[in-house]
Design a protein around this ligand. Structure first.
Ligand code: JD8
Length: 249
Protein backbone atom coordinates (compact mmCIF):
# COMPACT_ATOMS: atom_id res chain seq x y z
CA UNK A 1 0.00 0.00 0.00
CA UNK A 2 1.19 3.48 -0.88
CA UNK A 3 0.02 6.49 1.09
CA UNK A 4 0.72 10.11 0.23
CA UNK A 5 -0.19 12.99 2.50
CA UNK A 6 -0.32 16.59 1.29
CA UNK A 7 -0.19 19.06 4.17
CA UNK A 8 1.02 22.49 5.31
CA UNK A 9 2.43 20.86 8.44
CA UNK A 10 4.55 17.80 7.50
CA UNK A 11 5.86 17.52 11.06
CA UNK A 12 2.27 16.85 12.20
CA UNK A 13 2.60 13.46 10.54
CA UNK A 14 5.82 12.52 12.37
CA UNK A 15 3.95 10.07 14.67
CA UNK A 16 3.48 7.86 11.61
CA UNK A 17 7.20 7.05 11.87
CA UNK A 18 6.60 5.41 15.26
CA UNK A 19 5.32 2.07 16.54
CA UNK A 20 3.46 -0.36 14.31
CA UNK A 21 3.01 2.07 11.42
CA UNK A 22 6.67 2.98 11.45
CA UNK A 23 7.60 -0.71 11.57
CA UNK A 24 5.30 -1.45 8.62
CA UNK A 25 7.04 1.33 6.68
CA UNK A 26 10.49 0.00 7.54
CA UNK A 27 9.45 -3.51 6.54
CA UNK A 28 8.12 -2.27 3.22
CA UNK A 29 4.50 -3.22 3.91
CA UNK A 30 3.53 0.42 3.47
CA UNK A 31 5.12 3.28 1.56
CA UNK A 32 4.16 6.62 3.09
CA UNK A 33 5.34 9.94 1.66
CA UNK A 34 4.48 13.33 3.18
CA UNK A 35 4.42 16.39 0.89
CA UNK A 36 4.54 20.06 1.89
CA UNK A 37 1.85 21.97 0.00
CA UNK A 38 4.00 25.11 0.19
CA UNK A 39 6.51 23.42 -2.11
CA UNK A 40 3.88 24.00 -4.80
CA UNK A 41 3.76 27.78 -4.44
CA UNK A 42 5.92 30.13 -6.48
CA UNK A 43 5.48 33.58 -5.03
CA UNK A 44 7.84 35.22 -2.56
CA UNK A 45 5.46 34.66 0.34
CA UNK A 46 4.65 31.04 -0.62
CA UNK A 47 0.96 31.93 -0.56
CA UNK A 48 -1.55 29.10 -0.07
CA UNK A 49 -4.65 31.04 1.03
CA UNK A 50 -6.68 34.13 0.31
CA UNK A 51 -9.86 35.85 1.53
CA UNK A 52 -13.21 34.26 0.63
CA UNK A 53 -14.83 35.51 -2.59
CA UNK A 54 -18.15 37.05 -1.56
CA UNK A 55 -16.76 38.03 1.84
CA UNK A 56 -16.90 36.19 5.15
CA UNK A 57 -14.52 35.28 7.95
CA UNK A 58 -11.27 33.43 7.67
CA UNK A 59 -9.23 32.36 4.66
CA UNK A 60 -9.76 29.86 1.86
CA UNK A 61 -7.02 27.62 0.42
CA UNK A 62 -6.11 28.66 -3.12
CA UNK A 63 -6.67 26.10 -5.91
CA UNK A 64 -3.35 26.54 -7.75
CA UNK A 65 -1.00 24.93 -5.18
CA UNK A 66 -3.38 21.98 -4.75
CA UNK A 67 -3.63 21.30 -8.48
CA UNK A 68 0.16 21.35 -8.82
CA UNK A 69 0.62 19.21 -5.72
CA UNK A 70 -1.83 16.53 -6.87
CA UNK A 71 -0.17 16.38 -10.30
CA UNK A 72 3.29 16.01 -8.73
CA UNK A 73 2.13 13.38 -6.24
CA UNK A 74 0.38 11.43 -9.00
CA UNK A 75 3.45 11.48 -11.25
CA UNK A 76 5.77 10.41 -8.43
CA UNK A 77 3.41 7.67 -7.25
CA UNK A 78 2.98 6.25 -10.73
CA UNK A 79 6.77 6.05 -11.14
CA UNK A 80 6.67 3.33 -8.54
CA UNK A 81 3.22 1.82 -9.02
CA UNK A 82 2.84 2.07 -12.77
CA UNK A 83 1.06 4.53 -15.05
CA UNK A 84 -2.16 2.53 -14.91
CA UNK A 85 -2.61 2.91 -11.16
CA UNK A 86 -4.72 5.78 -9.82
CA UNK A 87 -5.18 6.78 -6.16
CA UNK A 88 -8.20 7.19 -3.98
CA UNK A 89 -8.06 10.84 -2.89
CA UNK A 90 -9.31 11.38 0.66
CA UNK A 91 -10.18 14.83 2.00
CA UNK A 92 -10.74 14.79 5.75
CA UNK A 93 -13.72 17.11 6.14
CA UNK A 94 -16.19 17.74 8.98
CA UNK A 95 -18.97 17.64 6.39
CA UNK A 96 -17.76 14.30 5.08
CA UNK A 97 -19.07 10.77 5.49
CA UNK A 98 -18.33 9.42 9.00
CA UNK A 99 -15.09 7.44 9.05
CA UNK A 100 -15.91 4.13 10.74
CA UNK A 101 -14.33 0.69 10.98
CA UNK A 102 -16.05 -0.39 7.77
CA UNK A 103 -14.35 2.54 6.02
CA UNK A 104 -10.98 1.44 7.36
CA UNK A 105 -11.68 -2.12 6.22
CA UNK A 106 -12.59 -0.89 2.72
CA UNK A 107 -9.60 1.43 2.40
CA UNK A 108 -7.19 -1.23 3.69
CA UNK A 109 -7.65 -2.93 0.32
CA UNK A 110 -6.66 0.18 -1.64
CA UNK A 111 -3.31 0.05 -3.45
CA UNK A 112 -2.86 3.85 -3.18
CA UNK A 113 -4.45 6.57 -1.09
CA UNK A 114 -3.63 10.27 -1.24
CA UNK A 115 -4.73 12.20 1.85
CA UNK A 116 -5.28 15.95 1.33
CA UNK A 117 -5.14 17.95 4.56
CA UNK A 118 -7.07 21.19 4.37
CA UNK A 119 -6.63 24.09 6.76
CA UNK A 120 -8.19 27.53 7.38
CA UNK A 121 -11.90 27.57 6.42
CA UNK A 122 -11.31 24.91 3.81
CA UNK A 123 -10.25 24.35 0.19
CA UNK A 124 -11.57 26.21 -2.88
CA UNK A 125 -14.46 24.10 -4.26
CA UNK A 126 -12.97 24.13 -7.73
CA UNK A 127 -10.19 21.78 -6.54
CA UNK A 128 -12.78 19.04 -5.95
CA UNK A 129 -14.38 19.81 -9.32
CA UNK A 130 -11.00 19.68 -11.07
CA UNK A 131 -10.16 16.28 -9.55
CA UNK A 132 -13.60 14.82 -10.23
CA UNK A 133 -13.51 16.00 -13.85
CA UNK A 134 -10.05 14.40 -14.16
CA UNK A 135 -11.65 11.10 -13.19
CA UNK A 136 -10.20 10.66 -9.71
CA UNK A 137 -12.10 8.69 -7.03
CA UNK A 138 -12.65 11.20 -4.23
CA UNK A 139 -13.84 10.62 -0.65
CA UNK A 140 -14.72 13.28 1.91
CA UNK A 141 -14.50 11.62 5.32
CA UNK A 142 -15.12 12.98 8.80
CA UNK A 143 -13.39 11.79 11.95
CA UNK A 144 -16.37 12.78 14.07
CA UNK A 145 -18.96 15.43 14.85
CA UNK A 146 -16.63 18.07 16.26
CA UNK A 147 -14.46 20.73 14.63
CA UNK A 148 -10.70 20.47 14.29
CA UNK A 149 -8.37 23.13 12.83
CA UNK A 150 -7.32 21.01 9.90
CA UNK A 151 -7.16 17.55 8.41
CA UNK A 152 -3.86 16.31 9.87
CA UNK A 153 -5.25 14.82 13.11
CA UNK A 154 -7.84 12.98 11.06
CA UNK A 155 -5.16 11.62 8.72
CA UNK A 156 -3.18 10.30 11.69
CA UNK A 157 -6.24 8.44 12.95
CA UNK A 158 -7.42 7.23 9.56
CA UNK A 159 -3.93 6.07 8.58
CA UNK A 160 -3.50 4.05 11.77
CA UNK A 161 -6.98 2.52 11.47
CA UNK A 162 -6.34 1.53 7.84
CA UNK A 163 -2.70 0.43 7.95
CA UNK A 164 -3.17 -1.84 10.99
CA UNK A 165 -5.55 -3.90 8.86
CA UNK A 166 -2.95 -4.47 6.13
CA UNK A 167 -1.84 -8.12 6.29
CA UNK A 168 1.41 -8.52 8.21
CA UNK A 169 1.24 -5.19 10.05
CA UNK A 170 -0.34 -6.52 13.24
CA UNK A 171 1.57 -9.62 14.37
CA UNK A 172 -1.42 -11.59 15.63
CA UNK A 173 -4.11 -11.17 12.96
CA UNK A 174 -6.59 -12.96 15.27
CA UNK A 175 -6.54 -9.91 17.56
CA UNK A 176 -8.08 -7.88 14.74
CA UNK A 177 -11.13 -10.13 14.67
CA UNK A 178 -12.40 -9.69 18.23
CA UNK A 179 -11.65 -6.03 18.89
CA UNK A 180 -14.33 -3.40 19.29
CA UNK A 181 -16.20 -2.49 16.11
CA UNK A 182 -14.50 -5.23 14.06
CA UNK A 183 -17.82 -7.12 13.98
CA UNK A 184 -20.07 -4.15 14.73
CA UNK A 185 -19.96 -4.84 18.47
CA UNK A 186 -17.94 -3.53 21.41
CA UNK A 187 -15.17 -5.72 22.78
CA UNK A 188 -15.78 -7.87 25.88
CA UNK A 189 -14.13 -6.91 29.22
CA UNK A 190 -10.43 -7.78 29.40
CA UNK A 191 -8.56 -9.28 32.34
CA UNK A 192 -5.00 -10.46 32.95
CA UNK A 193 -2.94 -11.66 35.94
CA UNK A 194 -3.23 -11.47 38.87
CA UNK A 195 -6.54 -13.37 38.99
CA UNK A 196 -7.11 -11.76 42.41
CA UNK A 197 -5.92 -8.13 42.56
CA UNK A 198 -5.63 -6.38 45.92
CA UNK A 199 -6.30 -2.81 44.86
CA UNK A 200 -4.64 0.23 46.52
CA UNK A 201 -7.46 0.57 49.05
CA UNK A 202 -7.44 -3.10 50.02
CA UNK A 203 -10.37 -4.29 47.93
CA UNK A 204 -9.72 -7.79 46.51
CA UNK A 205 -10.94 -7.73 42.89
CA UNK A 206 -11.37 -11.18 41.37
CA UNK A 207 -11.37 -11.78 37.62
CA UNK A 208 -14.44 -13.76 36.40
CA UNK A 209 -13.88 -17.42 37.32
CA UNK A 210 -14.95 -18.60 33.86
CA UNK A 211 -11.72 -17.18 32.45
CA UNK A 212 -9.70 -19.51 34.66
CA UNK A 213 -11.77 -22.59 33.74
CA UNK A 214 -9.77 -23.62 30.70
CA UNK A 215 -13.11 -24.32 28.94
CA UNK A 216 -12.53 -22.35 25.74
CA UNK A 217 -16.06 -22.94 24.45
CA UNK A 218 -17.67 -21.53 27.59
CA UNK A 219 -15.16 -18.69 27.64
CA UNK A 220 -16.02 -17.78 24.05
CA UNK A 221 -19.74 -17.88 24.86
CA UNK A 222 -19.22 -15.70 27.94
CA UNK A 223 -17.22 -13.19 25.88
CA UNK A 224 -19.93 -13.01 23.19
CA UNK A 225 -22.55 -12.44 25.87
CA UNK A 226 -20.44 -9.71 27.48
CA UNK A 227 -19.98 -8.01 24.08
CA UNK A 228 -23.75 -7.93 23.52
CA UNK A 229 -24.45 -6.65 27.04
CA UNK A 230 -21.74 -3.98 26.82
CA UNK A 231 -22.85 -2.89 23.35
CA UNK A 232 -26.48 -2.71 24.49
CA UNK A 233 -25.49 -0.54 27.45
CA UNK A 234 -22.99 1.78 25.76
CA UNK A 235 -23.85 1.74 22.06
CA UNK A 236 -27.41 0.41 21.49
CA UNK A 237 -27.25 2.14 18.11
CA UNK A 238 -24.81 -0.55 16.98
CA UNK A 239 -27.35 -3.29 17.74
CA UNK A 240 -29.89 -2.00 15.22
CA UNK A 241 -33.58 -1.17 15.88
CA UNK A 242 -35.08 -2.87 18.93
CA UNK A 243 -38.14 -5.10 18.32
CA UNK A 244 -40.02 -3.44 21.16
CA UNK A 245 -39.44 -6.11 23.81
CA UNK A 246 -36.67 -4.07 25.43
CA UNK A 247 -33.94 -6.65 24.78
CA UNK A 248 -31.35 -5.97 22.09
CA UNK A 249 -32.25 -7.69 18.82
C1 JD8 B 1 -12.28 25.27 11.56
N1 JD8 B 1 -12.46 25.48 10.13
C2 JD8 B 1 -13.73 26.14 9.80
C3 JD8 B 1 -14.92 25.20 9.92
C4 JD8 B 1 -14.71 23.96 9.06
C5 JD8 B 1 -13.38 23.31 9.43
C6 JD8 B 1 -12.24 24.26 9.31
C7 JD8 B 1 -10.94 23.60 9.71
N2 JD8 B 1 -10.58 22.59 8.74
C8 JD8 B 1 -10.00 22.89 7.56
C9 JD8 B 1 -9.80 21.70 6.88
C10 JD8 B 1 -10.28 20.64 7.68
C11 JD8 B 1 -10.38 19.26 7.53
C12 JD8 B 1 -10.99 18.50 8.51
C13 JD8 B 1 -11.51 19.11 9.65
C14 JD8 B 1 -12.27 18.33 10.65
N3 JD8 B 1 -12.86 18.92 11.70
N4 JD8 B 1 -13.54 17.97 12.39
C15 JD8 B 1 -13.41 16.79 11.81
N5 JD8 B 1 -14.00 15.61 12.24
C16 JD8 B 1 -12.60 16.98 10.68
C17 JD8 B 1 -12.24 15.89 9.83
N6 JD8 B 1 -11.99 14.93 9.23
C18 JD8 B 1 -11.38 20.49 9.83
C19 JD8 B 1 -10.78 21.25 8.84
Amino acid sequence: MRLDVITLFPDYLAPLELSLIGKARREGLVDLVVHDLRDHTHDRHRTVDDTPLGGGAGMVMKPEPWAEAFAAVRDRGQEGLGADVEPLIVFPNPAGTPFVQATAQEWSHCEWIVFACGRYEGIDERVYEHLADAGYEIALASLGDYVLNGGEVAVLAMTEAVVRLVPGVVGNAESLVEESHSDGMLEYPLYTRPAAWHDPVGVVREAPGILLSGDHGRIAAWRREQSVLRTGRRRPDLLGPADGDGAPD
